[in-house]
Write a protein that binds this ligand. Structure first.
Ligand SMILES: [Zn+2]
Length: 70
C-alpha cells in the first residue's frame, strides 16, 4: 500500500514537470516553449511565464514553438 502511494506522488511530480511550458505574454507571441532559454523567447515583448501545457493551449491558444519542438 505504501509503495502505491509513493508511486502516485512520484507520478504527479513528473507530470507537473513535463506538462508545464514557457510562454511570452507579449501580444505578438503565439507559441509555447519547453525552455525559457529558447531563442523564440528572445524577442518577447511582455513577460515570460511558466504555465501548464493545458493553459498554454486552451487559455492562451498557443502552438508548439518551431525551435524547441522539432
Ligand atoms: Zn521555443
Amino acid at each position: 500500500m505504501k509503495s502505491i502511494i509513493l508511486f502516485l506522488l512520484l507520478n504527479t511530480q513528473l507530470q507537473t514537470k513535463t506538462d508545464s511550458v514557457w510562454i511570452c505574454t507579449g501580444r505578438y507571441s503565439h507559441a509555447y516553449h519547453n525552455t525559457n532559454t529558447c531563442k523564440g523567447l528572445r524577442n518577447c515583448k511582455g513577460m515570460e511565464i511558466y504555465v501548464s501545457l493545458y493553459d498554454a493551449r486552451n487559455k492562451y491558444h498557443r502552438k508548439p514553438c518551431n525551435y524547441c519542438y522539432n
